[in-house]
Ligand binder design. Sequence first.
Ligand code: AMP
Length: 115
Amino acid sequence: MEEETIFSQIIDKKKPAEIIFEDEEVIAFKDINPQAPVHVLIVPRKPIPKLTDADESDTAILGKMVMVARQIAKDFGLDEDGFRLLLNEGKNGGQTIYHLHFHLLGGRRLMWPPG
Ligand code: AMP
């Protein structure tokens, strides 16, 4: 299950990233190819490839990721106009990096439904 991804390399500080939050469980950094004025990735240090690979023992970390996203949204001033928090899963979801992560997108009006 454990595969070396670019996110593992960022977590291990083998690759650079614009890190905006980190603690012992979660790291958040700016997306290298931003799709909105604010585009932050929220990533658990634990290399869970996909949401469907998570189990009961990951409940707290998943909750923590949402709360980290909440705080970053507030820090970037997104709480007034809103934002989107999303997870791409697998082929149909458009996942490209198989280390679980949330995207936090904000700073402009986002379209719905997605393409
Ligand atoms: P996903 O398609 O949901 O797996 O999202 C992967 C995201 O990681 C994409 O939005 C990429 O732009 C982003 N990404 C890829 N490599 C890096 C990197 N080295 N630093 C920051 N973001 C990256």
